[in-house]
Design a protein around this ligand. Structure first.
Ligand code: 5GP
Ligand code: ZN
Length: 113
């Protein structure tokens, strides 16, 4: 499949992995918008929030458990962080593999990303 994040999961494209378990992978964004910018993805290919059917929905719980662990490991749980998932054209979703941005390391203000 011609999906850049599937290639990252399969180690066909290198990435700076910060968290990995059987179903979830997290790695540093190649073009960070904040001092800490991490992408958290399911290892299976799911296009976006809209593709989360009943079978796939449990992955979201696992992703958010991973986000909790990453926040602690990155020591951003006290200062805070923002989680974003872009879905579709108006949101500017570039990569059609479900992902959650963790943005942190600075005051984020009220602007979105
Ligand atoms: P989207 O706009 O789809 O929500 O976000 C896609 C994100 O993936 C962007 O922030 C972009 O910088 C990041 N990205 C795209 N290609 C790569 C890549 O090959 N490696 C990594 N680490 N991040 C990528
Ligand atoms: Zn994919």
């Amino acid at each position: 499949m011609d999906c850049i994040f599937c290639k990252i999961v399969n180690h066909e494209i290198p990435s700076e992995i910060v968290y990995e378990d059987d179903e979830v992978l997290a790695f540093k964004d190649i073009n960070p918008q904040t001092p800490i910018h991490i992408l958290v993805i399911p290892k299976t290919h799911i296009e976006s929030i809209l593709e989360l059917d009943e079978e796939a929905k449990p992955i979201c719980g696992k992703i958010f458990t991973a986000i909790q662990k990453i926040a602690k490991e990155q020591k951003i749980e006290k200062a805070g962080f923002r989680v974003i998932s872009n879905c579709g054209e108006d949101a500017g979703q570039e990569v059609k593999h479900l992902h959650f941005h963790i943005l942190a390391g600075q005051k984020l203000g009220t602007k979105i990303v």
